[in-house]
Ligand binder design. Structure first.
Ligand code: ADP
Ligand code: MG
Length: 315
């Protein structure tokens, strides 16, 4: 058993706020987010569309400015102003895989350019021939033919395009990858292949993932730990199996009730839980982040804590 104290923290998000727009147009897309990601793990961030998942991912990639709190990578603050040296390091070490392979590849560029582009910044020392060799290897690493380098994105299927996106991220040998719903735009039949590829790459290279999804069944399969986000707030965080077998927050319970069950009889008899945020009365007591079970945290008031625990014990 490795306790959390023995694991190395790679990324830490502290009281993070992200606001779109300013003044009367300001919209708080992420509020008071807190979590750590350990080196080598897959940290799942799950929530419905519009809950702020991509916003968090883009802030970590420094594509979006933050409005409060800190993002620490290997103990160094990476939001706000950073040094050129740190910027260079992060460009190499942190990469993103995008949700939609149909729109995330430059249609006018050849695959060799798309996949090799990141090397221009990170490995300016390489000769064109060495760069070409790296592109060949990256394509092989994701299960594509090296000959694809001279083709254009439109010649490929969705799954192949996503593999090209993965090769592009991998080529700079990143340590940390934000995978933003990497399979949700793909056909059902090829989702497992792409998931397995991501798992295989992690095993082989010790890559750490922030894996974003809206689907808890995918999360359970791929993640070590899972955080549940709703309307910009993280509501629950636990080890993957613990979260799925002992969900405490009513929102997490509703997400879980929506997962299809393999047993058709139980599928017909189960109740779909609907989450209504109005059930919380936080006027008298503001919710707090509480650990209610081992390594299992929930955002709740004291009375909710008692209620949700006894409810979970009865179910
Ligand atoms: P998710 O990835 O969980 O679907 P997002 O992070 O994309 O959610 O969006 C979170 C919220 O922020 C949504 O309400 C969305 O409408 C809003 N939002 C996203 N991008 C922008 C933007 N560029 N300007 C204003 N609001 C935005
Ligand atoms: Mg998104």
């Amino acid at each position: 058993m490795t306790g959390p104290a023995e694991k190395e923290v790679l990324l830490e998000v502290k009281d993070l706020n992200i606001t779109y727009g300013t003044g009367r147009r300001a919209y708080d897309a992420v509020q008071q987010a807190n979590f750590v990601i350990y080196k080598g793990e897959t940290f799942g961030l799950v929530g419905e569309s519009g809950s702020g998942k991509t916003t968090i991912g883009r802030a970590i990639l420094r594509i979006l400015p933050t409005s409060g709190g800190e993002i620490l990578y290997k103990g160094q603050k990476i939001n706000g102003r950073i040094s050129r040296a740190l910027d260079k390091q992060l460009t190499k070490e942190i990469q993103m895989i995008f949700q939609d392979p149909q729109s995330s590849l430059n249609e006018r560029a050849k695959v060799s350019y798309i996949v090799g582009e990141g090397l221009q910044n990170v490995r300016p020392d390489l000769t064109p021939a060495q760069r070409e060799e790296k592109v060949r290897q990256a394509l092989l690493d994701v299960g594509l033919l090296p000959e694809f380098a001279s083709r254009f994105p439109h010649e490929f299927s969705g799954g192949q395009r996503q593999r090209i996106g993965i090769a592009r991220a991998l080529i700079v040998e990143p340590e940390f990858i934000v995978a933003d719903e990497p399979i949700s735009a793909l056909d059902m039949s090829i989702r497992a292949q792409v998931l397995n590829l991501l798992r295989h790459l992690q095993k082989e290279r010790g890559i750490t993932y922030l894996f974003i999804a809206h689907d808890l069944s995918v999360m359970r399969y791929i993640s070590d730990r899972i955080a549940v986000i709703h309307r910009g707030r993280i509501l629950e965080l636990a080890d993957a199996e613990e979260l799925v077998t002992h969900p405490l927050h009513p929102y997490t319970r509703s997400l879980l009730s929506a997962i299809p069950m393999p047993d058709p009889r139980r599928e017909r008899e189960k109740t779909l839980l609907v989450y209504d945020p109005a059930i919380h009365d936080y006027s008298a007591e503001a919710p707090q982040w509480r650990q209610l079970r081992p390594r299992h945290w929930v955002l709740c008031s004291e009375s909710e804590a008692a209620q949700w625990i006894s409810q979970e014990e009865r179910s």
